[in-house]
Design a protein around this ligand. Structure first.
Ligand code: PEP
Length: 249
């Protein structure tokens, strides 16, 4: 089965209307690889609407979601609001949110279910700390996160993806060894199959953590790598597009 890779940019807390030119360039160039790779840009909530209007047909996303449909949740945004603003995809459980906002696995699971339930595509993030890796507990830690954060099935392979992001590799320039990526993605695959049966074999597992043009090809060649979640290198079209191109190979 050929799996079209998903390459998603995570702009984090970067980007205002001045950066819409980058969004336009990325969307325009990505069209060249239509059908060979799926590309998304998860921009700050304030930019979703303008970005979605600027690039019709291109997948614009959010970086978080509230798990409830509405209510007294000052500062939060629910799935229907993201959808209304023009988002088609959302990241849940990014380690920066798990850490800074104390998001636990059960909470992340509820967010994933809220996104999928509202018709958004979802990228669910998991990953171990440096301490956990150095203690030889990386696979065990991530396995536990996966089991406890996966949305209740059935899921659709086109709308649900998982991202393995070793925390120590995010924004640091350090990349996991290909052998370690292979081991982790294979362990995650087993858990996806245990959770969803045959469908689990088709769920894309993205790698995230200092992916850039110079290492993307090597990472995409690793078995069970179904794309990438890209932070820093997604901010500029010139850095991001070679990664998109590598994903289309
Ligand atoms: C991320 O934000 O999910 C990420 C992987 O960042 P970076 O590519 O900058 O390491």
């Amino acid at each position: 089965m050929t799996m079209v890779k998903l390459i998603a940019g995570n702009w984090k807390m970067h980007g205002t209307s001045e950066d819409l030119g980058e969004v336009r360039t990325i969307a325009e160039w990505s069209k060249k690889f239509e059908g060979a790779v799926e590309v998304a840009l998860c921009v700050p909530a304030t930019l979703i609407h303008r970005a979605a209007e600027a690039v019709p047909g291109f997948l614009i996303g959010a970086q978080d979601i509230h798990h409830k449909e509405k209510g007294a949740h000052t500062g939060d945004v629910c799935a229907a609001m993201l959808h209304d603003a023009g988002a088609g995809i959302v990241i849940v459980g990014h380690s920066e949110r798990r850490d800074a906002h104390r998001e636990a696995d059960g909470h992340v699971k509820a967010k994933a279910e809220a996104g999928l339930g509202a018709g958004l595509k979802v990228i669910l993030c998991v990953g171990e700390s440096l301490e956990e890796r150095e203690a030889g507990r990386a696979v065990e830690t991530v396995g536990r996160q996966v089991d406890a954060s996966l949305p209740a099935g059935p899921v659709d392979t086109g709308t649900f993806a998982l991202a393995y992001e070793p925390i120590w590799a995010i924004g640091t320039g350090r990349v996991a060894e290909v052998e370690d990526i292979e081991e982790m993605h294979s362990a995650i695959r087993e858990r996806l199959v245990a959770a969803y049966g045959e469908t689990g074999a088709g769920v894309r597992i993205l790698y995230g953590g200092s992916v850039k043009a110079s290492n993307a090809g090597e990472i995409f060649a690793v078995p069970n790598v179904g794309g990438a979640l890209v932070g820093g290198a997604s901010l500029k079209a010139a850095d991001f597009l070679p990664i998109v191109e590598a994903g289309a190979d």
